[in-house]
Design a protein around this ligand. Structure first.
Ligand SMILES: Nc1ncnc2c1ncn2[C@@H]1O[C@H](COP(=O)(O)OP(=O)(O)OP(=O)(O)O)[C@@H](O)[C@H]1O
Ligand SMILES: [Mg+2]
Length: 224
């Protein structure tokens, strides 16, 4: 499989504080990589670097061979919108918009026509069991339903890589398992690679590759 994302010696400092210390990671097309580690170990910071949200203090991240930190801002934003997706811990939806409008938003921002964007968003929302809520404002959805909309928003434009930072951290364990199952099934179906931060070792066990973060140091774990 081709390499889609590669981090080489990534460091990230906030002032004097080193949050990420020399991380190396290679992600292939369609691969699901899980990152575990205690609170404050630098997982979110690493994700921000991998996704081109924060430039590394040292080292480099290459997406499809392009070094993110050397791209002009406009190109980097377009790449993030069109080829990457994000699922945040609390979903971060726009409450006044419907499920379909929220899930279609990245495509709309990328200039895709409304009919097409809504059709793609609707299809993914239906696969996630939200067919009856396409037009419901997300302020009226439950936690689990909202998190499914956040998953749909990250996947509907068929990105190459989705970054998911404890995407079900706000849900009870039954709901969390259901949403994660659907997320991973859909990502695998459309061959979207995933970098998943999780506290749940059962979830991590379903990934193709496994990393742990400890005091800013990322280590690959090989499971026999
Ligand atoms: N903007 C910031 N400015 C200064 N320090 C920061 C900033 N963001 C994070 N940190 C520090 O960097 C370290 C790593 O934070 P990070 O959010 O990456 O950890 P994490 O592994 O994602 O934790 P959690 O599991 O709680 O989400 C922490 O000690 C945190 O206090
Ligand atoms: Mg975090």
């Amino acid at each position: 499989m081709a390499v889609i994302l590669r981090a080489e010696g990534v460091h990230l400092s906030y002032g004097e504080y080193r949050a990420v210390c020399g991380a190396d990671l290679t992600l292939h097309c369609g691969e699901v990589a899980a990152i575990m580690g205690s609170s404050g170990s630098g997982k979110s910071s690493l994700l921000y670097c991998l996704a081109g949200v924060l430039p590394p203090t040292e080292g480099a991240v290459f997406f499809d061979g392009l070094q993110l930190s050397s791209m002009p801002d406009g190109e980097l934003s377009a790449l993030r919108r069109e080829r990457l997706g994000f699922v945040f811990q609390y979903g971060e939806l726009l409450p006044e918009l419907s499920a379909e409008e929220n899930a279609a938003l990245p495509m709309r921002l990328a200039g895709i026509r409304k009919e097409h964007a809504h059709a793609a968003a609707g299809q993914v929302l239906r696969r996630l069991g939200l067919g009856n809520h396409l037009r419901t404002r997300t302020s009226k959805l439950s936690g689990g339903q909202s998190q499914r909309v956040a998953v749909a928003r990250a996947l509907a434009h068929r990105p190459d890589v989705v970054f998911a930072d404890e995407p079900t951290g706000a849900l009870d364990s039954v709901n969390a398992t259901a949403v994660l199952d659907e997320f991973l099934r859909l990502a695998r179906r459309q061959k979207t690679a995933v970098v998943l931060v999780t506290h749940d070792s059962d979830v991590a066990a379903r990934a193709d590759s496994h990393y742990t973060m400890s005091d800013g140091v990322l280590a690959r774990r090989v499971i026999a």
